[in-house]
Design a protein around this ligand. Structure first.
Ligand code: APR
Length: 237
């Protein structure tokens, strides 16, 4: 099915698109990340009560960014972006693999590992130098009296980022394509319903049927790194 030239395409990716790059997903190995339940470390109260554990958890994931590479699925989306006039890439992922795979203007609705956020000014800055990746706490460069910085991540119970821009794009798209997401976490998992209500064609590319599979017009099951390149070629034909 060729995506008509001039169409508006919105992509939403989840952890599944980074799985073949070696980045652990959240719910494939019963929601554990190196024996931490996500719900126990990705929350404001965990940061409040046990900042050492939360900080080490995120520093480990930030250091891991230096060991992983984009996979063919990331490159396929960059190719799709070049072939479509009106393209929006929204990701739930906090890694930088879309950018490194050649995608531009990536909307990170759950935050990013590469940036850290001042707890007072809320300003964020990229902090990925060697000295920024150790296990000791880091301090901001934006306040006269430096304040501790936190991971620039949207934790459970916090508002996802860029929602206005996201709903604007999904509300006017012709194609809404979800890649590598289990459909468990809202509001991301509800975006397909917004797309359907606006008459978009909704397509899923995932290793297995997700929780919200009923909502998609078309489903392609398989590993994104294996099946997305051919799908993108068929969409651009
Ligand atoms: N190719 C395609 N899909 C894959 C692959 C792969 N190689 N490997 C795994 N998957 C699928 C799994 O079958 C699963 O449906 O990717 C999905 C990953 O689901 P989750 O681990 O739940 O990740 P995600 O949907 O991104 O989680 C959403 O939950 O923990 C929070 O904030 C976190 O952004 C995350 C959000």
């Amino acid at each position: 099915m060729a995506i008509m030239l001039g169409s508006s395409v919105v992509i939403l990716t989840g952890a599944g698109i980074s799985a073949e790059s070696g980045v652990s997903t959240f719910r494939d190995n019963d929601g554990l990340w190196e024996n931490h339940r996500i719900e126990d470390v990705a929350t404001p109260s965990a940061w409040e009560n046990n900042p050492d554990l939360v900080w080490k958890f995120y520093q480990t994931r930030r250091r891991q960014l230096l060991q992983v590479e984009p996979n063919p699925a990331h490159f396929a989306l960059a190719k799709l972006e070049q072939g479509v006039d009106d393209f929006t890439l929204i990701t739930q992922n906090v890694d930088d693999l879309h950018e490194r795979g050649g995608s531009s203007n990536v909307i990170h609705m759950h935050g990013r590992l590469r940036t850290l956020r001042c707890e007072v000014s809320k300003k964020f800055e990229e902090r990925m130098e060697e000295e920024d990746l150790q296990n000791h706490f880091l301090f901001c460069t934006c306040c006269a009296e430096p304040n501790r910085v936190r991971p620039d991540i949207v934790w459970f119970g916090e508002m996802p980022m860029h929602l206005e821009e996201i709903y604007e794009a999904v509300g006017r798209c012709d194609y809404f394509i979800v890649i590598g997401s289990s459909g468990h976490v809202y509001p991301a998992a509800g975006l397909v319903n917004v797309a359907n209500s606006c008459g978009a064609k909704t397509i899923l590319v995932n290793f297995e049927n997700p929780a919200n599979s009923f909502a998609f017009d078309e489903i392609h099951l398989g590993k994104a790194g294996e099946i997305l390149p051919d799908l993108v070629n068929s969409w651009l034909d």
